[in-house]
Ligand binder design. Structure first.
Ligand code: ADP
Ligand code: MG
Length: 700
C-alpha cells in the first residue's frame, strides 16, 4: 500500500456521512441527520430508505450478510449473521434489506449473561440500531452497531447505559452552561481516546501453553534471566516482524475509519501500544472493541498471537488502557481546556471542579468500574496505578486552585475591586510536568486521563460511570446557581469553585502512588482502597451509587443488581477456570516432565555407580533431592487446590464465593506456582511441556 492511497483507503469500509450523503435522496438525508442529532426516533419510511442505501453500498463493497453488532455483558462483541438473500422463485434471489431489519433485530439471547434479569424461558431480547455510530463492513458482513435490551426494555449490554450516560451528561452540562450565561450551546458530548497496550508472542509457542489458551495468562513459568530491568525495550526500534504486523494492523483499522495514530514499544519485552485519535465516546467505545478484535485477527496472519490480558506474565509489567476523556460543546469548545478569556476560564474552572468532586464522591464506583480478575494483578502492584483513586492536576493548576482557596487569585481580599482581567488563566498546553505515571486520574492539559483500566476491558463501563458522576455534580451546581442574577454570576461561580475545592481536595495527590506512605496517607484522608474485584464490586449496590444511577435513568435498581451479580459470577468463573487449568498443567504435564527428568537423573546415578564407585554423583543427587522435595510440595499444594476448588463451587452466596476464590483459591494457586517455578529452574527446557518465559518473551 503506497501512502498516496491512504486517504482513499481510510474509511472505505464505513457507511460514513459522506456515503450517506451520496446515496440518499437529499430530503431523506436531511431528516436522517436531524434525527441523529436530536436523538429522536426513526420513521419507518426513513429507515427503509437508509436500509436500501446501506445494502446497496454494502453489496457494492462485497458484503453478502448483515448483522446487528452488539456488546453484551461478556465484555466482547457479539454478532449473528443473516444473509441479504431472499428467494423470489425458481433459483432466483433478490438482495434485500428492510428498514425494519435495520432498526431492530431479535437474536435468541438466552445464553448471554443477564444476572437473573431475563429468566431463560423469556429468551427474547432485541437489538436496536445506534445511528450515532456508523455501520461498517467486516468479513463481508455489514455490521450495524446496536444496543441490546431484554424484551421488557432492561439493558443487557454495555452500550445502552453508556448512551444513557451521554444523554445525562449532555442534559446537565447544557443546563449549567445556560445558567452561567453561555446560551449558544445546544449539545455537549464527551470524547474519549483510549491508549491500548498489548503483548505479541509467537503463535507456535502460544499453542504449547494451555494456560495462555484457556486463561490468556501464564499460570506457571519461572522468570527469564532478563526481564524489563534494562529498560531497553521502551520506545525502542520495532522488531521487523512486529513492524510488519503494525503496518498491516493500521491499514485494517484505517479501512474501518479507526484513526490509529501512535504506536510504540512499551516497557516490558514483547509489549506494545496503539493509540487512536480521540472520538465521541460511543464511537470510541465501538472502535476500541473493533481494534481489539482486529489486533487479534491480524496477529494470526503474521504467525503471532496478540495477548490482551492484563497480566500475561509474572514479574514484568502487565497491560492497561489509558482512557483519555474530555467534554466538549457543539460550538467547538473543549470545556476542560483552560481557554484564554475570563469567561472561558470560569467555565473551565467550573467543569474542572465538577470532575474533581465527581471523582471524589464516586471514587468507589469508578474503582469498581475497572475491576476484573485480570486487572487485580496490576492495580496496586508497582507498575500500574494503585487501587486507591486519586487525582493529579500538575503544578500549574494546583497553584491556581491554591490561590482560589486562599483568596489570593481573584483579588477577593479587596472585594470591591475584583479585577476580571486577573482571572485569565494562562493557556495550558500540555503540561510537561505530567509524567506522574503513578496517578490513576491525571489532568493532562485539556483532558483527564483515567489510567486504571485493564487492557482487555471495554471502555464503556468506566466512561458510563464517569459521565454519570459528572452529570450528577453538574446538576448539583445548577441547583446552586439557578437563582443567581447574571451580574453576580462570576462571583457565585468562584465561590462555588472555592467551596468545592475545599471540600474535595483530599482526592488530589501529586506524589508517588506506589509508596506505602501514600497508602497510609490515603487512609487518613478517608479515601477508598478497594484492593480486589470482590472488595470493589459491592460499590455497585451501595445506596449512594444506586441513587446516582437511578436518578439519572442510567439503570433501574434491578439492572444494577443484575450487573453486580454478573460481575461477581464472572470473577468466580475466571478463577475457577484458572484453578482447573493449573491443576491440569501440574498433574498431567508438569509433574510428568519432572518425573521423567528425575528418572533420567536416577538412571545416571545408577549407571555411574555401575561404571565405577569412585565417580561422583553428588551433583545428580543434589538436583534429584531438590526436585523431588519440590515435586512433593507441589503435589500436596495441588491436591489442596483441588479440594478448595470443590468447596468454592459449592458456595451459594455469590459475594462469599468470589471472596473465597480471591482469598483461598488464588493464594493456593500462587503457592503451587512458586513450587513449580522453582522446580522449573532445575529442569532442562526440552523436558518441559511448555516454552519458558525466555522463549515467549524474547523470540519475536
Ligand atoms: P500521551 O502523552 O498520554 O501518550 P497523547 O497526546 O498521545 O498523550 O494522547 C493520548 C490520547 O489522548 C490520544 O488518543 C488522543 O487522541 C487523546 N486525546 C487528546 N485530546 C483529547 C480530548 N479532548 N478528549 C479525549 N481524548 C483526547
Ligand atoms: Mg497517555
Amino acid at each position: 500500500m503506497s501512502s498516496k492511497n491512504i486517504p482513499e483507503l481510510y474509511g472505505s469500509l464505513v457507511f460514513s456521512d459522506k456515503v450517506m450523503k451520496n446515496k440518499l435522496p437529499k430530503d431523506v438525508y436531511k431528516v436522517l441527520r436531524k434525527t441523529i442529532e436530536n436523538g429522536t426516533h426513526f420513521e419507518l419510511d426513513i429507515a427503509n430508505a437508509v436500509a436500501v442505501a446501506m445494502k446497496e453500498w454494502a453489496v457494492e463493497n462485497g458484503a453478502t450478510h448483515f448483522t446487528h453488532w452488539f456488546q453484551p455483558m461478556t465484555g466482547i462483541t457479539a454478532e449473528k449473521h443473516d444473509s441479504f438473500i431472499s428467494p423470489v422463485g425458481d433459483c432466483e434471489i433478490n438482495m434485500d434489506f428492510s428498514g425494519k431489519e435495520l432498526i431492530k433485530g431479535e437474536p435468541d439471547a438466552s445464553s448471554f449473561p443477564s444476572g437473573g434479569l431475563r429468566a431463560t424461558f423469556e429468551a427474547r431480547g432485541y437489538t436496536a440500531w445506534d445511528p450515532t455510530s456508523p455501520a461498517f463492513i467486516k468479513d463481508k458482513t455489514l455490521c450495524i452497531p446496536t444496543a441490546f435490551c431484554s424484551y421488557t426494555g432492561e439493558a443487557l449490554d454495555k452500550k445502552t447505559p453508556l448512551l444513557r450516560s451521554m444523554d445525562a451528561l449532555n442534559q446537565e452540562a447544557v443546563k449549567l452552561l445556560h445558567i452561567i450565561g453561555n446560551t449558544t450551546v445546544k449539545r455537549v458530548s464527551t470524547t474519549v481516546g483510549p491508549e491500548q497496550e498489548y503483548f505479541l508472542i509467537d503463535k507456535k509457542l502460544y499453542e504449547q501453553r494451555k494456560d495462555l489458551i484457556f486463561c490468556g495468562r501464564t499460570l506457571l513459568g519461572a522468570p527469564a534471566p532478563k526481564g524489563q530491568e534494562m529498560e531497553d525495550h521502551y520506545f525502542g526500534v520495532l522488531p521487523t516482524r512486529v513492524s510488519a504486523y503494525m503496518h498491516d494492523l493500521d491499514e485494517e483499522l484505517w479501512k474501518l475509519g479507526i484513526p490509529a495514530k501512535t504506536k510504540h514499544n512499551e516497557v516490558a519485552p514483547a509489549q506494545f501500544e496503539l493509540a487512536p485519535v480521540f472520538d465521541s465516546t460511543n464511537v470510541a467505545v465501538d472502535h476500541n472493541q473493533l481494534t481489539m478484535e482486529i489486533m487479534t485477527k491480524v496477529a494470526e496472519r503474521h504467525g503471532l498471537v496478540c495477548l490482551l490480558h492484563e497480566k500475561p506474565f509474572e514479574g514484568i509489567n502487565g497491560s492497561g488502557k489509558h482512557n483519555n476523556w474530555s467534554v466538549s460543546t457543539d460550538t467547538g469548545v473543549n470545556l476542560l481546556d483552560p481557554g484564554k478569556t475570563p469567561a472561558e476560564n470560569t467555565q473551565f474552572l467550573l467543569f474542572l471542579t465538577a470532575v474533581i468532586k465527581a471523582v471524589d464522591d464516586y471514587a468507589d464506583i469508578l474503582r469498581a468500574s475497572v475491576a476484573s480478575p485480570g486487572n487485580d494483578h496490576r492495580l496496586g502492584a508497582n507498575e500500574a496505578p494503585p487501587a486507591i483513586v486519586s487525582m493529579f492536576l500538575g503544578d500549574g493548576l494546583n497553584a491556581i486552585l491554591d490561590a482560589i482557596e486562599h483568596d489570593t487569585y481573584f483579588g477577593r481580599h479587596k472585594k470591591e475591586q475584583i479585577d476580571m482581567g486577573a482571572t485569565v488563566i494562562p493557556h495550558f498546553t500540555k503540561d510537561d510536568t505530567d509524567r506522574n505515571r503513578t496517578s490513576p486520574f491525571a489532568f493532562t492539559g485539556n483532558k483527564f486521563e483515567f489510567r486504571m483500566l485493564g487492557s482487555s476491558l471495554s471502555v464503556s463501563g468506566p466512561n458510563m460511570v464517569l459521565n454519570t458522576a459528572v452529570a450528577e455534580v453538574l446538576s448539583q451546581f445548577s441547583e446552586k446557581l439557578a437563582s443567581v442574577a447574571p451580574e453576580n454570576m462570576e462571583e457565585a461561580v468562584h465561590s462555588l469553585v472555592k467551596e468545592t475545592v475545599l471540600a474535595h481536595k483530599r482526592i488530589i495527590f501529586d506524589g508517588n502512588g506506589y509508596t506505602d506512605d501514600w497508602v497510609e496517607e490515603a487512609k487518613k484522608r478517608g479515601l477508598y482502597n478497594l484492593k480486589s474485584t470482590p472488595e470493589a464490586l459491592p460499590a455497585f449496590i451501595a445506596p449512594k451509587n444506586v441513587e446516582l444511577f437511578t436518578k439519572h435513568k442510567i439503570f433501574t435498581k434491578e439492572e444494577i443488581e443484575s450487573r453486580y451479580e454478573i460481575l461477581l459470577e464472572n470473577y468466580s468463573k475466571v478463577l475457577h477456570i484458572e484453578s482447573l487449568t493449573l491443576q491440569e498443567m501440574i498433574c498431567k504435564d508438569f509433574l510428568s516432565c519432572a518425573v521423567s527428568y528425575m528418572d533420567k537423573l536416577a538412571l545416571t546415578i545408577c549407571n555411574k555407580r555401575n561404571v565405577s564407585a569412585s565417580l561422583s554423583v553428588a551433583c545428580e543427587e543434589k538436583t534429584l533431592e531438590k526436585l523431588s522435595g519440590l515435586c512433593e510440595k507441589l503435589s500436596i499444594s495441588t491436591e489442596e487446590l483441588s479440594s478448595l476448588t470443590k468447596k468454592a463451587q459449592a458456595i451459594e452466596d455469590l459475594q462469599a464465593q468470589a471472596t473465597f476464590y480471591r482469598e483461598e483459591i488464588l493464594t493456593k494457586m500462587n503457592e503451587a506456582r512458586a513450587y513449580a517455578d522453582e522446580a522449573e529452574r532445575l529442569i532442562p527446557d526440552d523436558y518441559l511441556s511448555y516454552p519458558t518465559y525466555g522463549k515467549l518473551l524474547f523470540t519475536i
